[in-house]
Design a protein around this ligand. Structure first.
Ligand code: DON
Length: 260
């Protein structure tokens, strides 16, 4: 990606955040008990023949049962007819508001943090808001959640979305531009190093892996470049002709691209 294109993206990012946060109108367990890991390992190791390879068909998955993470989750789904679902859902923080609906075990979220308490005060993600996002009865708070279905010739072409609070919008934007503007396949688009600007704080946050030359050029242009942890966890699908390609973000190893 050229410096110019990146620059354009940052510019769009910081403005978009500024715009959305300050000006726009705001617009919503059952777990299987996983086996004890040591017991499970012992059970599996008892079946290993140290002298001979085990044919793959004799190895069934069996567990351990994947544990559900505590974070916001995104899934993208497409059926063989090309019907698509893009779904991001959240409790906001671990255990949400800490309140369950009696008799159901369902936790209520604490999306209330996404309202701006007072103009200019940052929420838990460092996002500052204005009056349009002030807390009012009967009003929905601003959300970064951006489940996306991009249509090509009127039909679902790219399905994507991500958890990650403040990083969601820039992550999703980069998936879309990586695929559409830079011609990457969906794995390349997902793995590509991410950058993020959210207006305040005035810093250009990057993942490790952006070229040193690019970083130096950006610094010379006046960007306060800060290297941070990974940003966003995109789970995406692209449909090209009769083929459906999925990519799970390696930033969250629990993700999976699968076909049935
Ligand atoms: O709605 C929002 O924008 C946030 N409450 C989403 C929170 C989130 O993505 C946390 N993720 N890891």
């Amino acid at each position: 990606m050229s410096k110019e294109m990146q620059q354009l993206q940052f510019k769009l990012n910081d403005r978009a955040y500024d715009d959305v946060l300050f000006l726009s109108h705001t617009v919503d367990p059952e777990h299987d008990t996983p086996p004890v890991l040591k017991e499970y390992a012992r059970k599996l190791s008892a079946k290993i023949d140290p002298e001979r390879a085990t044919p793959s068909e004799r190895i069934s998955p069996g567990g351990p049962v994947p544990q559900e993470g505590g974070n916001t989750t995104h899934f993208s789904v497409m059926d063989k007819w090309g019907n698509a679902v893009s779904n991001t859902y959240t409790l906001n923080f671990n255990y949400g508001s800490g309140i369950t609906v009696p008799g159901t075990g369902i936790l209520l979220n604490n999306e209330m943090d996404d309202f701006s308490i007072t103009p200019g005060a940052p929420n838990a993600y460092g996002l500052t808001g204005g009056r349009s996002n002030a807390l009012e009865p009967g009003k929905r708070m601003l959300s970064s959640m951006t489940p996306v279905i991009v249509l090509r010739d009127g039909k679902p072409f790219l399905i994507t979305g991500s958890p990650g609070g403040n990083f969601i919008i820039t992550t999703v934007l980069q998936i879309i531009t990586n695929v559409i503007d830079f011609g990457m396949n969906i794995s390349e688009a997902t793995n590509a190093v991410r950058v993020h600007h959210q207006w305040t704080p005035d810093e250009l946050r990057i993942e490790r892996g952006l070229g040193t030359d690019t970083v130096n050029l950006l610094r010379r242009m006046g960007y306060n470049v800060v290297t941070g942890d990974t940003m966003g966890i995109a789970e995406s699908i692209v449909k090209i002709g009769d083929y459906i390609y999925g990519a799970a973000d390696p930033r969250r190893p629990g993700g999976l691209a699968d076909g049935y």
